[in-house]
Write a protein that binds this ligand. Structure first.
Ligand code: CLR
Length: 407
């Protein structure tokens, strides 16, 4: 590991050429390491809480579907290029441990409080699950995701597995959102950044179907991060709205040839996520758990990074070994895995039907084995945490981790 300390960008790039597809096992020089763990990425869904709750205010289902599409498009910049902008390039996130948490909320004068719960529900393969709840407006998002990566001709190709599902209480409406495929550009130049490719869809239970096509560098405009999106009502070939632009910058919404709405990141600053101070966080919360690694990354001290990371990884290994001996598994705090999820199943059936008539690739659920199951937010578990009835259990879990770390 220490050999990496002197690693140049060129030798790093050469080394990824031979990596096995497991992003977590990829070793990288310190300057490309991020202090943020992947479990934090769930927060990118709601950095515009106002747009997140906007659909609940529309009484017309078509307008609601459009508002959902607009919100989704507004999340792409945070999801896929914010690190780039803040850190100068994409970096390699920390690989979350099983049970790692990222908890916080957004306060917005209009939207009220939106709560974030993100938990690492699987380590092999890595899978993060999240639940984002705005009680005031009755808008809830939940989802889970993992990545399958491969390396070819100087890019890392990443297919996302998993999905997101938005629920609007007042209309008992569901939206299934698929996740885009992406690749890393700029590797050779030492300035990696994400470009999206192919398409994603949003299927609503009310019969609206949105398709977003990522075109990368637009061949007309020459700009990167371009997309075209359409909203249709199932059963009709009519295009109700088209939205196009750059997901990193701005886009316009058109009905026919008339512009009816627009969005620009410049005019829509993000709302910061509120987290507890580190000392008050649960020991399983990401920032607290990785605090020493973060200090080492700031120092650029490769040996210290390795040492601090190993402490966490070894403790985890010890825990898994113990669980195996005792025939137990790690109890997820907020999520449970299911064999089948009927709400998603219904949306997938709708999407399959529509995609045929609209001539777009059918949407299928990834093989659950790729994500160690289908992960759903478990309301009972959540209530148990909130009301304090699971206090003993949570304390015991934390003690187990702390005991393993002390060894
Ligand atoms: C995680 C889930 C989020 C969206 C998202 C955005 C960027 C992706 C990330 C996901 C997974 C990890 C990722 C990252 C971009 C780069 C990073 C693919 C899909 C890899 C592991 C870093 C490779 C290292 C180079 C920077 C050298 O909702």
């Amino acid at each position: 590991m220490a050999a990496m300390a002197g690693t140049t960008w060129t030798s790093f790039v050469k080394s990824i050429a031979s990596f096995n597809g497991d992003l977590a096992s990829m070793t990288a020089p310190p300057f490309i390491l991020s202090k943020a763990s992947l479990v934090e990425f769930s927060a990118y869904w709601t950095e515009h809480p106002k747009l997140f709750v906007a659909p609940a205010k529309e009484s017309d289902p078509e307008k609601r579907a459009l508002a959902v599409l607009k919100w989704f498009l507004s999340t792409l910049k945070q999801q896929y290029s914010s690190r780039n902008e803040k850190l100068g390039s994409e970096k390699k996130p920390l690989n979350p441990f099983l049970g790692e948490l990222f908890l916080g909320h957004w306060d917005d004068p209009e939207a009220g409080k939106t709560e974030l719960i993100s938990e690492q529900v699987s380590h092999h393969p890595p899978v993060t699950a999240y639940s984002i709840i705005n009680e005031k407006h009755g808008v809830k998002l939940q989802g889970y995701n993992g990545q399958k990566a491969s390396f070819a001709s100087m890019t890392i190709n990443v297919k996302q597995v998993g999905l997101a599902r938005l629920h609007i209480d007042a209309y008992d409406e569901d939206y299934l959102i698929t996740l885009p495929t992406l690749h890393i550009e700029g590797l050779v130049y030492g300035t990696p950044y994400v470009e999206l490719e192919k398409s994603t869809i949003i299927q609503s239970s009310s019969g609206y179907f949105a398709k977003i096509e990522y075109t990368g560098k637009g061949w007309v405009s020459g700009k990167k991060n371009c997309f075209n999106a359409t909203l249709q009502k199932v059963g009709s070939k009519d295009i109700l709205y088209t939205i196009s632009g750059q997901w990193t910058d701005s886009f316009t919404v058109k009905k026919g040839k008339t512009e009816v709405d627009s969005f620009s990141h410049k005019n829509n600053p993000t709302t910061p996520l509120t987290l507890k101070p580190i000392e008050e966080q649960d020991p399983l919360e990401s920032r607290r758990a990785w605090a020493k690694v973060a200090v080492a990354i700031d120092k650029g001290d490769y040996e210290e990074i390795g040492m601090e990371k190993s402490k966490i990884e070894n403790a985890q290994r010890e825990l898994r070994k113990k669980e195996k001996e005792e025939g137990k598994t790690w109890e997820r705090r907020y999520f449970s895995s299911v064999e089948k999820d009927s709400a998603t199943g219904k949306l997938l059936d709708l999407a399959a039907k529509y995609s045929v008539s609209l001539g777009v690739p059918a949407v299928t659920l990834d093989d659950p084995s790729k994500t160690n199951g289908i992960w759903l937010f478990d309301e009972k578990k959540y209530e148990g945490v909130k009301s304090g009835t699971r206090e003993e259990e949570l304390k015991a879990a934390v003690e187990k981790v702390e005991a393993a770390t002390a060894h």
